[in-house]
Design a protein around this ligand. Sequence first.
Ligand code: NAD
Length: 359
Amino acid sequence: MAEIRVAIVGVGNCASALVQGVEYYKNADEDEVVPGLMHVNFGGYHVRDIKFVAAFEVDKRKIGKDLAEAIFAKPNCCAKFADVPKLGVEVKPGPILDGVASHMKEPFNIYDESKIKPADVAEVLKESGAEVLVNYLPVGSYNATRFYAQAAMDAGCAFVNCIPEFIASDPVWSRKFEERGLPVAGDDIKSQLGATILHRTLVKLCIDRGVIVDETYQLNLGGNTDFLNMTVEERLKTKRISKTEAVTSLVPYEIPTRIGPSDYVPFLGDKKICYITLRGRKFGNLPLTITAKLEVEDSPNSAGVVIDVIRAVKLALDRRVAGPLISICAYSFKHPPVQAPDPIAKEWVEEFIQGRRER
Ligand SMILES: NC(=O)c1ccc[n+]([C@@H]2O[C@H](COP(=O)([O-])OP(=O)(O)OC[C@H]3O[C@@H](n4cnc5c(N)ncnc54)[C@H](O)[C@@H]3O)[C@@H](O)[C@H]2O)c1
């Protein structure tokens, strides 16, 4: 099988976990159960078939470095779980656009665009032979996400949108990819076992057991730059929509809901803490309350999911399937083009892998 040539925009904590994960599982046995992957062999592609070929950043501590080094540069704080050998991929300066909020200029240590010329992103993608561009920009990067999505199309690359900007789930953008003959997957990656999937499971359990859900909230705390960036409410609009719809889409009536990032606690580093509360009524209109607390290492939590998504996108490229990939999007993203309960979405993906579903 051919390799899968992947480019990354935003070499932050999620990129670190992804690059480390590909190294960590490169020799995984095909019969092995790897926590966080659907399959070691996903439609004929092994984890080690993923090859990183280009990366874009705005942080001076990462630009010009080999990707294997840049993933461990500050302010990244993702746990180190793999020794990544040099990859021969120099991190290039990407256009800053609205990727960096004013309160993030210092933490991201951004380069001076008047002194260093940003790379021609489409050109770098073409030269590197990238087939898939993975978007890991900060939340609130409206223009930057659209810029990189366009550059991906110009270079003939598929696009994996891990952030809550609506591209795969936006009919205009997904049609652009379809017309260009390229697959697109998004939006806003789900974690292996994160706040969203836990909250969805609790809500679904209540609905399936005939409990009336009256109200629910989900509070999230963390200490990485993703959480620092999200302390500004104006960057959070789509994140709240994405996280909220992932839960409310399972409830057949409206309920008061509050879901989103809640605070930045610097000493938590890459640890994320989530509190979920759900109040409802059961037989006799008697009250029921569920409270749950989840503590996880944040960034590695979605890396395996992205490894599966990249391989699903590659299958679509092989099969010349263009536009939004309904099954992998429903299973792996919070704001997909079509929402589905997780077990159904999982079946769809298995059918897609076997070629029994087009998308
Ligand atoms: N942790 C998870 O599991 C998870 C789940 C869902 C969504 N996400 C989203 O994935 C994204 C990445 O998360 P992260 O934890 O890696 O964040 P991060 O803050 O560690 O990384 C973002 C990186 O983007 C860089 N950047 C900013 N503007 C840029 C530009 N214009 N061009 C190139 N690079 C630029 C920053 O310098 C930084 O290194 C965030 O939007 C996050 O909300 C993460």
